[in-house]
Design a protein around this ligand. Structure first.
Ligand SMILES: Nc1nc2c(ncn2[C@@H]2O[C@H](COP(=O)(O)OP(=O)(O)O)[C@@H](O)[C@H]2O)c(=O)[nH]1
Ligand SMILES: [Mg+2]
Length: 208
């Protein structure tokens, strides 16, 4: 069975892997109130300037709240959309190159997806720099986070003669992949359909 199809049964394995990878020591993984009453929470992550915020705005519209991540001055935007009849909360995170954080922004982005109740991670990458950006995808896969890859900016990539085969990439990585040009809303419906698939296959929000 594909890993993204078995969110419930992967949990114990996923938590053990997280503890090994990120050395939490005695720090307990707890669910906190950051995600509110949402039925599904989704974080958009990725390097700076790949289109996360643009995509976040397309997904959530105008009613977003921005607050400091607890204990930091780093701002996280949060917005909702009803998908497949469920309230889905999206988080827009600061730019992150790796799961091993260097900056405070990277640490917050990492903590949000590792420590919080995030049901699905959407990794947004720039199609022009796919090879370089897949490093983080591989780290997210290794951490056993439920993952969907958005290969954005295909409009710019195609002008440079770069074509991304989403089915082939999805097969190779064994995760869902959507190619997009968020600036032109190309691929948005496909992305929402994939999120709907996820939401429908996940009966309850995960707790740790
Ligand atoms: N051509 C093109 N530009 C895009 C696309 N997506 C985002 N952008 C632009 O890329 C820049 C960075 O986007 P932003 O959402 O701020 O990136 P973030 O740093 O990942 O949040 C902005 O000027 C966007 O308008 C896209 O698919 N195609
Ligand atoms: Mg941004």
């Amino acid at each position: 069975m594909d890993c993204h199809d078995c969110h419930q049964s992967c949990q114990p394995k996923r938590q053990k892997l997280r503890e090994r990878l990120f050395d939490f020591g005695s720090k307990k993984l707890t669910k906190n109130n950051f995600s509110g009453d949402s039925q599904t929470t989704i974080a958009l992550v990725g390097s700076p300037n790949v289109g996360k915020s643009l995509l976040f705005n397309l997904l959530t519209g105008t009613y977003v709240t921005v607050s400091n991540y607890p204990g930091t001055t780093v701002e996280i935007a949060k917005g909702n959309r009803i998908i497949a009849g469920k309230k889905v909360t999206f988080f827009d995170t600061p730019g992150m190159y790796s799961l091993i954080p260097i900056t405070e922004e990277e640490r917050v982005a990492r903590d949000l997806i590792i420590n919080e109740t995030v049901d699905l991670v959407i990794h947004v990458v720039d199609a022009k720099h796919l090879g370089r950006m897949l490093n983080l995808t591989l780290q997210l896969i290794e951490a056993q986070l439920p993952l969907l890859l958005v290969v954005n900016m295909i409009d710019e990539a195609e002008k440079l003669g770069i074509w991304v085969d989403e089915n082939r990439l999805a097969y190779k990585l064994n995760i869902p992949v959507v190619t997009m040009a968020a600036a032109e809303k190309v691929g948005l419906k496909k992305l929402i359909a994939k999120v709907a698939d996820y939401v429908q296959s996940t009966p309850v929000s995960l707790t740790y």
